[in-house]
Design a protein around this ligand. Structure first.
Ligand code: PAF
Length: 304
């Protein structure tokens, strides 16, 4: 594996792989690799001839007072893990390479960035401007055939799918399943902030999702009972969610019933960590109505 720090070096290295028609997969990351990142790299390794991983803690997606300075960084360990995962190129630029002096452009995806994590009363859509801008830059720099993201950040995936469609970026977006600890806790670089006791409480996020899945599997479709089942698990762990919401799985519009695949998304602070998780609730198929048999007694069939 080669580590490159400039856009020019990366473009030259990718171009060298392209000469004989090799396919390129990109895994954008902010480092601090865990099994979730490694699953994205494994999928890229399986499907593509050349695998590029970007490692860049993107300052523009952190709001004021967020954990930009504290965000876990260990490039030496990350490089070892990426090499072991079969990555060909690790792109680890300094901030000035991505945002040189005078940088003045932002990519804004309207609508879906203004709910959930982008709600103006919470973090605001600025976080997603930062994500959309850096991902657009990475897609332009690497020009991959496929780019891989984790479904744990379902809103991020929706935003990236939208911008790729809207800006006609010729890339396939693959969103892979959330990787979890055996007790259900979704892997996240921010889990490193949790004390042992907080980590235990944080497992309630997954229990909340499972409780909602069970309610829907039992035939519940109305949003309030589904949300109440999830909320009960958070309450039991003394977690007050930033949000716990049902949304259309594609465009993130609010829904009041689970009548088609529906995203249940949760965000909560546990200790110093702001955690997110989600599941897609699949409604139980309703049996087709059986037409009344003609002439059956009591069905209003004409009597002779
Ligand atoms: O999910 C992340 O790690 C980041 O938001 C991403 C996509 C690498 C952009 O900085």
């Amino acid at each position: 594996m080669r580590t490159v720090r400039t856009i020019a070096e990366l473009r030259a290295a990718v171009a060298a792989r392209r000469v004989d028609g090799q396919s390129v997969g990109l895994v954008p990351t902010m480092g601090s690799f865990h099994a979730g990142h490694l699953s994205l790299m494994a999928a890229a390794r399986e499907a593509c001839d050349a695998v590029v991983v970007s490692l860049f803690v993107n300052p523009t997606q952190f709001g004021a007072g967020e954990d930009l300075d504290a965000y876990p960084r260990d490039q030496a360990r990350d490089a070892e893990l990426a090499a072991a995962a079969g990555v060909d190129l690790l792109f680890a630029p300094p901030v000035t390479e991505i945002y040189p002096d005078g940088f003045a452009t932002a990519v804004t995806v309207r609508g879906i960035t203004e709910v959930l994590c982008g709600d103006p009363d919470r973090r605001g859509p600025g976080h997603f401007d930062g994500v959309a801008t850096v991902v657009t830059k990475l897609l332009n720099i690497v020009a991959p055939d496929v780019a891989y993201f984790g479904r744990k950040d379902a809103q991020q995936v929706a935003v990236i799918r939208r911008l790729v469609r809207d800006l006609d970026i010729p890339v396939r977006i693959e969103a892979l399943a959330t990787v979890r600890e055996p007790d259900g806790l979704a892997l996240s670089s921010r889990n490193a902030y949790l004390t042992a006791a907080e980590r235990q409480r944080a497992t309630a996020l997954h229990r909340a999702l499972v409780a909602a899945e069970r309610a829907v599997a039992a035939g519940e479709t109305a949003s309030e009972p589904v949300l109440a089942a999830a909320r009960a698990e958070l309450d039991a762990a003394a977690i007050a969610p930033e949000y716990l919401e049902l949304r259309d799985a594609d465009d993130l519009t609010a829904v009041t019933a689970v009548t088609r695949p529906t995203l249940l998304a949760v965000a909560a602070r546990v200790g110093r960590a702001r955690l997110i998780d989600n599941t897609v609730l699949e409604p139980v198929p309703q049996p087709a109505a059986v037409p009344a048999a003609a002439g059956a007694p009591g069905e209003g069939a004409p009597t002779q």
